[in-house]
Design a protein around this ligand. Structure first.
Ligand code: N01
Length: 486
């Protein structure tokens, strides 16, 4: 059995390691870039770090006793992933600079034909670990091409462009912006921060992990496992708030107090106060973002952007006139192509139709992992497997359990291919939607990247992670149509 994995980030490397554990060595990882790491390779903006505690945001089968901080930075996480490549002997399976141009199911031979920039190959099973937050999204603002200065997206930081003394526009105030704005504000001449919707922000409470703890975790792995379980249970208990919006009001009051304590100017505070219920967009953690907005050289602009001119960003002011915010650099912190991820246009199923064509802007999958019409395709962090409260690595490991169990089933029963029935998939999606309706993410809460083109929340798993892990613990052939080997 040959497996092709798309992407060498957390998901793809995790799949590779689990395949090796299972004794399956005939696999390749197709990586479009020159190195592994996925989002932790690409996002190098100042202050980039994980907002999930490191001991949980790492593989359960590869604990790292030496995480330097409770919320580790990009370089430590990237180093951890590269270390996994060495420790598990993944290098021979890696195909760098192999961007998938098309992966099409060949019904006649019962296999995937994968066309990449480095050549064509075939595989029995295709695992897409391309990542839900891999392709930066830059809004199509009128006049953007005419801008005379420098523009870039936060996920493609231009380290060759010194920001010292510059007039900088930052567009967007999500998880990325709140991490780098405090890092750059003191060095720039002026920072114009364009906020469309204010985020809810809670204190981050990061801390350095002591040398004593490192020694303890190294010497006694069960202690580290216990610690990880403690972190997991703490985060998992916050799920109650997301599932029952009334409980979330307590956290909302904490965030309001945080805002009152930090921002003295009532006009600025009003602009920074969200008007939607907490949790329906990602809750952000920072101790430095709000204080930075008090700086004299930082201006929070809440008027809508109408166009970009050669010398700056134009907004429509309250009295219906316009204002030009003169800048020489524009940084887009405007998120990613999520429900319209490019890889979906490149994966073609049994009848030649692409995932994007089937989904029509509204991604759906059985257990967020397999898709009707796409035999032997497994998605890691597919639709409705993202989280607002805990570690997606935990969810992804559940999907890897499911994948391994499915491969066992194929091998043990001489089956060429499995594909979920349309009915099983629809029932799963309906159950997810029903559950979602009562949560903080239900329709009508707020607009966020969690929603797809139809307004459906296609990103979040609306339940406990434990429940999801139970669902994907074992492959369930009853939900599948199977094709026996010829
Ligand atoms: O992107 P976002 P991000 N005009 O989509 C605004 C993960 N992550 O890169 O809210 C003006 O959250 C948009 O405004 P609005 C994490 O899962 C994790 O910051 O849509 N503004 C918003 O303010 C996160 O959720 C870590 O009204 C426009 C911002 O741009 C996900 O990545 C760290 C606009 C986009 O925010 C994405 O975060 C960083 C327009 N046309 C990121 N279009 C960790 O710590 C968009 N915006 C693990």
């Amino acid at each position: 059995m040959r497996v092709a994995i798309i992407g060498a980030g957390f998901g793809g490397l995790g799949a590779a390691i689990r395949l090796k554990h299972r004794g399956i060595n005939d696999f390749v990882i197709l990586e479009r870039a020159g190195d592994v790491g996925g989002t932790w390779r690409d996002n190098t903006y100042p202050g980039c770090a994980c907002d999930v505690p490191s001991h949980l945001y790492s593989y359960s089968f590869e604990p790292n006793p030496y995480w330097p901080q409770s919320y580790s930075g990009q370089s430590d996480i990237w180093a951890y992933l590269r270390g996994c490549v060495d420790r598990y002997g993944i290098e021979p399976h890696l195909r760098r600079h192999h961007e998938v141009r098309e992966a099409a199911w060949d019904e006649q031979h019962g296999r995937w034909v994968v066309d990449t920039t480095g050549g064509t190959l075939t595989a029995d099973v295709l695992v897409s670990a391309a990542g839900p937050l891999a392709d930066p999204s830059v809004p199509d603002l009128p006049g953007l091409d005419s801008f005379a200065g420098t523009t870039f997206h936060s996920a493609r930081w231009r380290h060759d462009h010194d920001l010292t003394g510059r007039r900088v526009a930052v567009i967007g105030t999500g998880a990325s912006a709140i991490q780098f704005v405090p890092q750059i504000a003191s060095g720039v001449d002026r920072l114009e921060l364009f906020q469309r919707t204010p985020p809810w922000i809670l204190p981050r409470a990061n801390r350095r992990i002591s040398a004593l703890e490192h020694r303890l975790f190294r010497a006694a792995p069960p202690v580290q496992r216990l610690f990880r379980t403690g972190v997991y249970l703490t985060l998992e208990s916050t799920a109650v708030g997301f599932l029952h919006p009334s409980v979330m009001r307590i956290a909302q009051r904490m965030a309001e107090r945080n805002l009152r304590r930090t921002i003295a100017d009532p006009a600025l505070r009003a602009r920074l106060t969200p008007t939607y219920r907490m949790g329906c967009k990602r809750i952000l953690l920072s101790d430095t973002y709000l204080p930075t907005l008090n700086r004299d050289n930082v201006n929070v602009v809440t008027d809508p952007i109408t166009e970009i001119r050669t010398d700056g960003v134009v907004t429509r002011t309250g009295d219906d006139s316009t204002a030009l915010h003169g800048v020489d650099t524009i940084i887009f912190a405007t998120g990613f192509h999520t429900s319209d991820t490019p890889i979906a246009e490149r994966i073609r199923g049994r009848d030649g139709t692409s995932l994007a064509e089937v989904w029509q802007g509204s991604p759906r999958a059985y257990l967020g992992t397999t898709v009707a019409g796409f035999p032997n395709l497994f998605l890691l962090l597919g639709p409705n497997t993202g989280l607002g409260h805990s570690s997606v690595v935990f969810m992804m490991e559940g999907q890897l359990d499911y994948l391994m169990s499915a491969l066992d089933y194929l091998r043990a029963n001489g089956i060429t291919a499995v594909e979920p029935t349309a009915r099983a998939q629809e029932e799963f999606v309906t159950a997810v939607d029903r559950k979602m309706a009562g949560t903080v993410w239900g329709r009508g809460g707020c607009h966020s990247w969690y929603q797809d083109a139809t307004g459906r929340n296609a990103a979040i798993w609306p339940g406990s992670t434990w429940r999801y892990r139970q669902r994907v613990r074992r492959f369930d052939p009853g939900a599948y149509r199977t094709v026996a080997a010829k």
